[in-house]
Design a protein around this ligand. Structure first.
Ligand code: NAP
Length: 292
């Protein structure tokens, strides 16, 4: 079994981006500028946005964090997005999800200029990704997983990939990317969800399993074939009195028992999480490069 080290791989990607940004700056070109919108006081969202902003400054990007109170109106939020769409200095816009219930996520996502949609959630980018078009912005978590597979030169062609979870931001795009005629890609894909019957039997046929469910340690050793590649997207914070912080992060895979059966597996934390931020930064650099 070999660990797919997302932390190290993300660092290599970010180091390379830092050099690219410095080169842009040295040749008088503008540096990438990411605008992040945070609504309300969701602790997890605050942590995610803070680490995106921090990463921007570490690699030489400009970032602007725009914060709204929980009760901000949908109209006010849409007006801000429109202003950012028009702002020539801003290359990438992200709105941290989830949003409060009174705001339509669909409306918000669709209001972002697709050329600045570095989260890759806009229907135009999802359509382009589905068609395998190179200029698509691919949502950061699936894109990060593809970069990880590429980095470790994992053979995906002709393999049976089973994706568990069909969310718009992880499972569904992951299933499309793995089935596209690309490298990594060219898998035969089965997409599973909560209504899937025989999940265990399907998983046992998988050469590659991507678990994006949100249920801690859902994937057990008796669901995994010897030698499979296992990608664990799940991150759930559970109480742990033995930790100084009082909690620990757990993935969707029962790592202790599954890992010995696998050829490659991602740890939690330090697997998919850091790759997601690296992929977002790559998208932001691309948005800047496309526009300037
Ligand atoms: P989500 O929107 O809640 O989707 C969960 C999916 O799992 C749904 O499609 C659901 O099926 C399916 N599911 C639920 N119970 C199931 C069961 N018993 N058997 C099979 N499928 C089942 O979650 P998400 O946003 O995709 O996130 C999934 C996990 O990844 C979460 O832990 C989240 O925190 C984590 N995450 C991590 C990163 C990262 O950067 N590492 C990024 C995003 C998300 P239905 O569609 O039928 O309901």
């Amino acid at each position: 079994m070999q660990l797919l080290n997302g932390k190290e791989t993300a660092k290599a990607i970010l180091d390379s981006l830092e050099i690219d940004v410095a080169q842009r700056a040295a040749s008088g070109k503008k540096v990438p500028h990411l605008a992040a919108i945070l609504v309300g006081n969701n602790g997890a969202s605050e942590t995610y946005v803070a680490s995106k902003v921090k990463t921007c400054s570490e690699i030489g990007f400009i970032s602007t964090l725009i914060q709204f109170e929980e009760d901000v109106t949908e109209i006010k939020l849409l007006e801000k997005i429109e202003a950012l769409n028009e702002d020539m200095d801003v290359d990438g816009i992200l709105v941290q999800l989830p949003l409060p219930a009174h705001i339509s996520e669909k409306k918000v996502i669709e209001s972002i200029d697709p050329a600045k949609d570095v989260d890759g959630f806009h229907p135009i980018n999802i359509g382009k990704m589905t068609l395998g078009e190179k200029d698509a912005f691919i949502s950061a978590t699936p894109y990060g997983i593809m970069l990880l597979l590429e980095h470790y030169k994992i053979e995906t062609k002709g393999k049976h990939a089973v994706v568990i979870g069909r969310s718009h931001i992880v499972g569904r795009p992951m299933s499309i990317l793995l089935s596209n005629n690309s490298n990594p890609g060219n898998c035969t894909v089965t997409l599973c969800h909560s209504k899937t019957t025989n999940l265990k039997e399907i998983c046992l046929q998988a050469d590659i399993i991507v678990a994006a469910i949100g249920i801690p340690e859902f994937v057990k050793a008796d669901m995994v074939k010897e030698g499979a590649v296992v990608i664990d997207v799940g991150i759930t914070r559970i109480k742990d009195a033995s930790k100084k912080s009082g909690h620990r992060l757990v993935g969707d895979v029962d790592f202790t028992n599954v890992a010995p059966k696998t050829s490659y597996i991602t740890p939690v934390p330090g697997g998919v999480g850091p790759m997601t931020i690296a992929a977002l930064m790559k998208n932001t650099f691309k948005a800047c490069d496309n526009r300037n």
